[in-house]
Design a protein around this ligand. Structure first.
Ligand code: DQA
Length: 144
């Protein structure tokens, strides 16, 4: 059976393309999903791309990743990256490896973005490459 990789996106990422394009670029989340599907086909995996503005949905989907035996999760938790102990606990509650993803490089932005709760549980972080961050993270996930 083909390995599945969840690609979970948190708050405000539904507005990619419109939202602060000077920071996040002009590629929409649907376009990123298309890019991921193309790359996944080449890598012999499948992706399941989701977005929610609600923290609990992301927690539920992390649990689902474990229950469904998915190979890995790519997680761009948006601002919850910097605030959510619930997401850190969820990542630590499952054995599925989680790769943290960011379009921008939070370390080069405001100081409140410098801490990552997600990063305390993730196996790896890919950031600062715009939409390409997702592709690099997918390649890393497929190689796990
Ligand atoms: C982000 C970076 C976060 O600091 C921010 O809150 C986001 C997007 C990124 O992809 O660069 O919503 O995760």
């Amino acid at each position: 059976m083909t390995d599945t990789i969840f690609v979970l996106n948190g708050p405000n990422l539904n507005l990619l393309g419109l939202r602060e394009p000077e920071i996040y670029g002009s590629t929409t989340l649907d376009e990123i999903a298309g890019m991921l599907e193309d790359r996944a086909r080449d890598l012999g995996v499948q992706v399941d791309v989701r977005q929610s503005n609600h923290e609990g949905h992301l927690v539920d989907w992390l649990h689902e990743a474990q229950a469904d035996g998915v190979k890995a999760v790519l997680l761009n938790a948006g601002a919850y990256t910097h605030t959510s102990i619930a997401l850190l606990d969820a990542i630590r509650s499952i054995t599925t490896p989680v790769i943290e993803v960011h379009l921008s490089d939070p370390a080069k932005r405001e100081s409140f973005r410098h801490h990552s709760f997600v990063g305390m549980g993730a196996v790896k972080c890919v950031q600062g490459l715009g939409a390409q961050s997702y592709i690099v993270a997918l390649e890393a996930a497929a190689a796990l």
